[in-house]
Design a binder for this molecule. Structure first.
Ligand code: HEC
Length: 109
């Protein structure tokens, strides 16, 4: 193999490695984006809402206001058998869903 060809293969190999690293980086970023953003009530949401389905279900619904989330919770309770989420816990969960979650959804668009 001539020096030139050797050099070309080295370049191809580096570019390939670089592309792979970039791809892995963007994949990691996308995975991180699937997690719930920080905020008051986040732990309560994870505790009450992730036993039946993943966080992705909740993320996809981001953008609802408090009233709409209230209805979602009622529906989950009546139709899906979710344990009653009441009082302070309900307030924290709905607050989180309508504010912290809402903000990330808005930023993504
Ligand atoms: C007892 C099980 C259970 C629990 C606990 C539960 N869910 Fe669900 N949820 C479901 C099921 C089942 C579906 C899917 C229904 C379907 O898509 O056919 C669903 C669907 C959803 C959807 C998509 C439907 C829609 O309204 O757009 C959202 C959003 C959602 N859940 C949010 C939540 C939140 C927030 C909590 C916590 C307060 C929660 N879930 C807790 C069972 C549960």
């Amino acid at each position: 193999m001539s020096n030139r060809r050797l050099w070309m293969s080295a370049v191809t190999l580096s570019l390939g490695t670089l592309a792979l690293l970039l791809w892995m980086f963007s994949w990691t970023a996308r995975e991180a984006g699937k997690l719930l953003p920080a905020g008051e009530g986040r732990d309560e949401v994870i505790a009450a809402c992730t036993s039946c389905h993943g966080v992705d279900r909740i993320l996809r619904a981001a953008g609802r206001d408090e009233e709409a989330w209230g209805k979602t919770l009622d529906w989950m309770q009546k139709m899906q058998g979710m344990r009653p989420v009441l009082g302070e816990e309900r307030r924290l969960i709905i607050g989180y869903l309508a504010t912290s979650l809402h903000e990330t959804a808005a930023k993504r668009e």
